[in-house]
Structures are given as C-alpha cells and as structure tokens.
Design a protein around this ligand. Structure first.
Ligand code: ACM
Length: 752
C-alpha cells in the first residue's frame, strides 16, 4: 500500500468512527465542552468573528496581558489572520473582552457570548484562562471564519487540586515533550503537574552540589527500561558512547516551571526517598546502609549524612520550584537494609522507636520539618501514614480509599490517585489487542466513574482533589505516553472539575466527539475509542434470571449479538436495552459499522444455572483475591477481562472446593472458566478434576480435563474446563484444579 493510500484508509476509518457520533440531545446542543461546565444557558443569535474582532483587556494586570497575548496567538492561528490585543472598556463591540471582575472563586469564570461581543470574566486571571479553554472548544476545529452561538456559561471547579503525573525516570522525555504534556493537560483545566524526577531508573534533575547524580546515573546502557531492570541495572556515564537517557538542567526546569505557570499549572517536583533510590547510591554510596554502590534501595536512616544530602538537594529544588508542595515519594521503601544496619538500629534506640516502620516515619517527619522551615509543605505517597503521620503532610493515596480515610481522620489533607481509577499505565482495552503494558485494566468508563470523596461526608473537606498517574515502565517514547494518557486524562478532568450532578457518561461520550479531532489536529497519538463491549450482569435469584447489559466507549454504536456461541452477522439481533437470560448462554457481541463487524468480539459465558446460590465449602482457601468471598463461585456473576474486577477468585494453592446442591439431583455438566496472564503470574491450572458424592465423605471421580494452554503463552487467555455429567446423580460436587505455579483465577462454577 502506498503511503497516500494508507493515509486515506486511516482517514476513512477515522471518519467512520465519528459518523455515528452525537445523540439527538447533544447534536442539538452546540456547546460541547469538557470538563462539563456547571451551568450553560443558550441565548438567541450568534457572534460572528471577523477580521476586525479584537481582544480587549479591561485591567492593567501583567498576567492578564500575558494570557491575552497567548489567546491572540492561538486565535491568529485558528482564523489565519492576525488578532490584536488592546486595552479597552467592557462594553466594546465586535470584541473578545477579558475582564477581571467578579467571580465565585479563584478559578471560576463566566463566559457570555451575544451578537455584539464575547466577554470572559473572572476574579483572577486563572479563571479567565479556563474561560478561554471553554471558548476554544466551541470554535470549529477547521478554524477559518466562524460564528459562535449566544450563550451564558457559569463555571467553577469542584476540586482545587486537579493533577496529572509523569514519571520521567523509567524513560526520559525531552523538555519540548514535557511542554506538550503541559499544553494538553491545560486544555482540560488541570492545574498541577506532578513531575516524578528521580527513581532507580535514573536521576533527572541537575543538582549543583551533587553533580555526580546526573553525571553518573541519568543515563543507562539500555534505552528500554525493562531491558535495564531485567538485566544488570547498570548506569552509563554522561557522554559515554552507550549512554541513553538524559536530565533537565536547572535552567530547563525553571523554563518548564514558567511555561506551566503561564498555563496556570503548578509544577510539583518529586524527589524520591527513602526508597526507590538505587541510583543515588551509585553516585554517593556512603548514603546507603552498606556504603557500597549497587547494593541498597533505601537511604540509610541512621546516618545524618543522608539528611544533610537530602536537605541540600531539597533546598536547590525549592529554589527552582515555587510550588507550596514538594513531593518526597515515601512509597515502597523495602527497609530491608535498615533491619541489619547498626546505624539504623542505633537510631531506633536513640529515638525510642518501635520498629523500621516508625523509623520511616521518623525519616519523613525530619524531612517534613526541614520543608516547613523553608515555608513549604510535604506531599508523600500513602506509605507515609505507616508508623505515624507527620501532622502537616498531605497524603497522596494510591493503594486504596481506606488510606485516605485514615489520613483524613487524622486531620491531614488527601489527594486521591487510586490504582483502581487513576493509573493510566494499565490497559485501556482488551489486552490481546493492545501494546504491552504493566498490567491491570482501566477503560475510559471506569476512569469516568472515579469519585474523589469518601462516602463519609464529614471527611470530604480534607480531600483536595485527585490525579492521574503516568508510570512509564512500558512507555519507551513520548508517543506512547500520549497513547496511555489520552483520552483517559480527559475523563479524569471531568471528574475533578465538574459537579457530580452534571456528570453523565452517555453525554460525555457524545462530547468526546468534539475532542478527538482536536487531539488529531495537535498530533496526539491518543487511544481511539475502542470497539470493545463492556458487559455487566445483574443476577435475579427470585426469578432465576440474569440481566445482561452492554456498554461501549463509542457514542450510540450498533451492537449485534448472539447467545449460541456463533459470531454475530449483520442479521443478528441488535442490542437496544438490557435483556434477561434464564440459562447459560454463550454470548458473542460486537460493534457493527456499515454492516461490518468490528473486533474485538465480546465472548462471555453468562446466565442462570443450577448451582447459583448453592453453598461452597473450601478445602483450600482463596488468597488476596476473594471476589465475593464464600459465595463468589456460585453467585451467577461471570468475570471480565481483568482479575481485578471483583468477580475472579484467586488461589495461590490448588483449588479444592465442594458445591452442596442441597439434595441429590440429576446432573448434566459442570464447567469452570480459568484465566492466564503470565506477567503477574496467573496460570491456567494443569487440569481440573471433578468428583461426586451423595454423603459429602465418599467421592467418586467423574471426569478430568487437561489444560490446552502452554504455560509460556504470555498474552491474556481463558480456558473453560467443561465435563459431561449426563446420567449422574449427586448432592456434592468436588472441583479440584491443579495449580501450575502461580495464581489460579476462576470466576464461576457452572452446573447444569
Ligand atoms: C506508587 O505507585 N508506587 C506510588
């Protein structure tokens, strides 16, 4: 295929994706902004932009002037004609007026458009910047001449902290790429950029007092992080022939800080401690417990030199970054060396500490004290709670919402970045169709369902907001960062800015149609909305039915399905609303565009069966992944593509369970579906064996089914172990699955 042909094909595919966007409601609403504003009132008539339309600022304010100049640049580009900025009055005609006046809060704005003028009013320039972002999303993507619908928008963010994080240690991205990241998040009204600058994979910030940090550990022999981490983990000297990586000079960092500030984004630097610090000890081995390079992960907590070093580093960091918050990591310190290190043990005695957890708490509190002495505040990952939380620290929660509640009860501020909704390094569609990631599964709709605040309203005031995290182990270049971040960051933006009442998934999907072409124009390698179908079930035990519902990231797609295991055709039933099934069905469902089936095809075994609600006795118990606990295997719910969905029960041993059917019954078959995903160590069992009994004591073997999946098969795969039980009667059914050296995951034991 020639490249022109290929381009045409891509374009056709792209257009066909959007040909069915827009439901009646949103098609009629010309205002399609993300994040959804608090209030939109349509007026009559429209404002016609012409060559004479000017930008007017009504106040002498340097920030406002700079923001107006930025807007003039953008609009000159869009209209392909120069747009001027002048000082003037709020009543001027044929003008876009930026006016510092009233406002509900520091970041609020009002955007009024009528036939005479556009006015953006805010209490502060930040609000005006957000009004500008809303306005820009109303201008047609094609640019040139345009008209704008008369409207009054009043808007104010729900949360004050709206962050995106980027790990530049696992893979390094250039200053220009970091600026592009900032441009993109600013479009969606994020106001914090959390810059993960140091980690074992490379130290990325010039520190004048400690030049070896960047000279010795900002580069590696392996460009790809996984080759480095899975190999010898050796760094390369700056300038060496085999050096891959890089760092930001202090001037670079200042430039990025100023650039972000011009888009009302505060850069929060992260300097990791006490763990994730292997690279530091290659440059300065004396700061580790062993005193040797390439041995330890954690700073020696018993050595005052560690604190001198970190305080000096932080002082330089503070000088570069005006952010009130400085992030000091604090996550995943192994503390292994501390257990044997005489200096650490001495510190525990001297400070009257109980254990190494309290030693970590001592460490963080000492750093916090230093930051406070410099009028700054500490943010740390939620491990800083363990062993005692520093009173003025802000906790960034990544492990689970209960950590946030502990911190809030303690009176500390909380920023929510839970793995379940905010880790954009996980898969966003069926892993078999996606480039390799670290694992997990977080599609767009799940991000959109993110809720920062806890159920307990009294704790809500402690929650500042939330953040999306881009850990880059598998993101070897910035194009991959774009792919993983977008559009998930856009869904997150709405959860952080818009009121809870104004959020609506269907409407969001429709509004996304106004965003994809904009990302395209900006050459963002975003993840295209997937043709994947998400299926949810509702088990109705009273009526012995399972209700099945399909969802898609696409707006109003045509979904066709079958229940007999065959691939849907353009004659198959069209899905219109949830339906019920009273027996096990082999569901196949797919999106159709122009009568063509689109991959991936959803394949799920689902429906009511005879063991639903029956008691299961566990001879071996699940580990870490209980799903629904003792009822999980006979609750009628099937698992999705991820073992983290609360439907898959996980065993690190063999699985050995007995279903009690309640009385001796005639049987037909039993099936059990298992998953394999070798990355996190999940394997299909070697075999599944089923035995039957009438008294629960004496069992007779009924069948055994062997695995057909090689242990080496390293993509997501499932095997349904099915065996016939025709002409057999029993009350007790024992199901034994032989572990193949890792986790076993099973969702349901289906009896017919
Ligand atoms: C983290 O993901 N270790 C904060």
């Amino acid at each position: 295929m020639t490249s022109t042909n290929r381009l045409t094909c891509i374009l056709i595919l792209f257009l066909s994706l959007f040909s069915f966007v827009g439901n009646a409601q949103t098609m009629n609403n010309p205002i399609q902004i993300i994040p959804q504003p608090n209030s939109i009132e349509l007026g009559k008539g429209e404002f016609k932009w012409n060559k004479k339309t000017k930008i007017i600022i009504t106040n002498d304010n340097e920030e406002l002037k700079a923001t107006a100049d930025y807007l003039a640049d953008v609009l000159s580009n869009i209209t392909k004609s120069p747009v001027k900025v002048t000082k003037g009055k709020p009543k001027a005609k044929n003008a876009l007026i930026l006016h510092l006046g009233k406002g509900q809060g520091e970041e609020s704005y009002e955007l009024n458009i009528d036939k005479d003028r556009i006015i953006i009013e805010g209490l502060k320039p930040a609000g005006i910047f957000y009004g500008i972002q809303s306005l820009l999303q109303m201008i047609p993507v094609e640019g040139g001449k345009f008209s704008l619908q008369s409207v009054q928008i009043k808007d104010n963010p729900r949360f004050s902290y709206r962050g995106m994080h980027l790990d530049v240690s696992r893979h390094f991205y250039t200053k220009e790429e970091v600026k592009k990241f900032i441009d993109l998040i600013a479009m969606y009204k994020f106001n914090r950029f959390h810059w993960h600058l140091t980690d074992a994979a490379g130290w990325r910030l010039e520190i004048k007092q400690y030049p070896l940090l960047t000279q010795k550990t900002a580069f590696r022999a392996e460009a790809n992080y996984n080759d480095f981490w899975g190999g010898e983990r050796k760094y390369a000297d700056e300038g060496a022939d085999n050096a891959h990586g890089g760092y930001y000079t202090q001037d670079d960092a200042r430039e990025i800080v100023a650039y972000a500030a011009s888009k009302y984004i505060t850069v929060i630097p992260e300097i990791e401690m006490p763990g994730h610090s292997e690279e530091v000890f290659v440059a300065y081995p004396n700061l580790s417990c062993s005193g040797k390079p390439y041995v330890d992960s954690d700073f020696c907590a018993g050595n005052d030199d560690s604190f001198t070093f970190l305080n000096n580093v932080l002082d330089e960091v503070i000088d570069i970054f005006p952010s009130q918050y400085i992030h000091i990591g604090g996550d995943e310190a192994g503390k292994k060396s501390w257990k044997k290190c005489p200096k650490c043990q001495q510190r525990i005695v001297d400070e009257n500490l109980k254990d190494v957890d309290e030693l970590q708490s001592y460490f963080i509190k000492r750093i916090s004290k230093h930051l406070t002495s410099r009028n700054r505040n500490l943010i740390g990952w939620d491990e800083i709670i363990d062993g005692g939380l520093a009173s003025d620290a802000t906790v960034m929660v990544w492990r689970g919402k209960e950590k946030g509640e502990v911190a809030a009860r303690h009176g500390n501020h909380v920023i929510m970045t839970p793995g379940s909704h905010c880790y954009f390094d996980s898969y966003q569609a069926d892993p078999t169709t996606e480039p390799k990631t670290i694992g997990g599964y977080l599609p767009l709709q799940k991000v959109y369902s993110f809720e920062v605040t806890p159920a307990n309203d009294s704790l809500a005031p402690f929650y500042l907001g939330g953040q999306g995290n881009i850990w880059t182990e598998y993101m070897t270049d910035f194009k991959r960062v774009e792919y993983m971040a977008f559009p998930r960051a856009i869904a997150l933006a709405e959860t952080l800015w818009s009121s809870k009442e104004s959020r609506n998934w269907s409407d969001f999907k429709a509004r996304m149609a106004n965003q994809y072409p904009r990302l395209e124009l900006l050459d963002v390698n975003y993840h295209r909305p997937s043709f994947e179908i998400e299926m949810t079930e509702k088990v109705d035990t009273a009526n012995k039915l399972v209700e099945v519902k399909f969802e898609s990231e696409l707006n109003n797609p045509v979904i066709r399905y079958t229940l007999d295991g065959t691939e849907p055709t353009n004659e198959s039933a069209i899905y219109t609303s949830p339906f019920t099934i009273d027996r096990i069905a082999h569901i196949n469902a797919a999106v159709f565009v122009d009568d063509q089936i689109q991959k991936p095809i959803l394949k799920r075994k689902s429906g009511y069966h005879r063991a639903v609600g029956k008691k299961v006795t566990y001879n071996t118990k699940w580990q870490s992944y209980p799903a629904g606990g003792e009822t999980a295997l006979t609750d009628g719910y099937s698992g999705s593509l991820t073992y983290g969905d609360g439907r898959w029960q996980g065993f690190t041993s063999n699985m050995d369970v007995v279903i009690d059917m309640g009385s001796i019954v005639q049987l037909n078959s039993l099936s059990a579906n298992f998953m394999q995903l070798t990355g996190p160590g999940v394997y299909i069992p070697k075999y599944v064996e089923v035995s039957l009994s009438n008294d629960g004591v004496n069992f007779e073997k009924a069948f055994r089914v062997e695995s057909t999946v090689p242990k080496e098969y390293d993509r997501l795969i499932f095997q349904d172990f099915v065996g016939g039980l025709e002409n057999k009667q029993a009350r007790y059914i024992k199901v034994f699955a032989k572990n193949n050296g890792g986790f076993l995951f099973v969702d349901e034991l289906v009896v017919n």
